[in-house]
Design a protein around this ligand. Structure first.
Ligand SMILES: [Zn+2]
Ligand SMILES: [Zn+2]
Length: 212
């Protein structure tokens, strides 16, 4: 059985999934928190980095953690264009809170220079992570970004990146590259059933019917 450890990195989360013998780091946090994240990775014997998507608040430390610990990075190929620049996939928001979050995000995209990296493993819907010692599978959750993915762990926990958000309250993603895809991914999460949902932003909640 795996355990999920939430590592709060300012406004965003990264997670370690571990079972005592191996661990996977899901997202990497912002630069200011890199030492905290690396320390936790060492403690839980992390062997693999999975990026739920390549926005800098999730991927900024990927290159350095990968080289410091000598472990590979996995992500979906449809987010590779974000590694060169987070503005490469246009984002929109529908409600007022989303527009505020979008405004802050775009300012941060402009000032951030995320260290570039090349993913070692391209992850696809249905891929198993058992090669890294963890019973989890990848679920494609496009919409927030084209290459957003989630991780279904032990049929108990679902790590969703920014496919859903809990910044202010639990909701479908407040900003998205493609709204229809985002809503379809939210519906897919609902249909998975009984899970604890772990967000890229905010505290976990039980799964529910995610509707706009
Ligand atoms: Zn994001
Ligand atoms: Zn985010």
């Amino acid at each position: 059985m795996s355990r999920i450890h939430r590592i709060v990195c300012g406004g965003s989360n990264c997670y370690i999934i571990e079972n005592g013998t191996s661990g996977i780091l899901v997202d990497t946090g912002k630069k200011a928190f890199i030492n905290k994240v690396i320390e936790s990775c060492r403690h839980y014997k992390v062997r693999f980095i999975v990026l739920t998507h390549a926005h800098f608040d999730h991927a900024e430390n990927a290159a350095q953690i990968s080289s410091t610990l000598g472990i590979p990075i996995g992500m979906h190929e449809n987010d590779c264009n974000l590694i060169k620049g987070n503005a490469n996939q246009m984002l929109t928001a529908s409600n007022i809170l989303g527009k505020i979050v979008l405004w802050v995000s775009l300012r941060e995209f402009a000032s951030c220079d995320m260290p570039e990296f090349k993913p070692d493993v391209l992850l696809h819907n249905g891929d198993s992570l058992s090669a890294y010692g963890i019973h989890a599978r990848i679920i494609a959750l496009p919409g927030h970004t084209e290459g957003s993915i989630g991780l279904d762990v032990d049929n108990k926990y679902l790590l969703v990146g920014d496919a859903l958000m809990n910044m202010f309250y639990p909701t479908v993603s407040m900003l998205y590259h493609n709204r229809d895809d985002m809503l379809e991914s939210a519906a897919r999460i609902s249909s998975i059933g009984n899970r604890i949902i772990y967000f890229g932003h905010g505290k976990p909640v039980p799964n529910r019917q995610w509707v706009k």
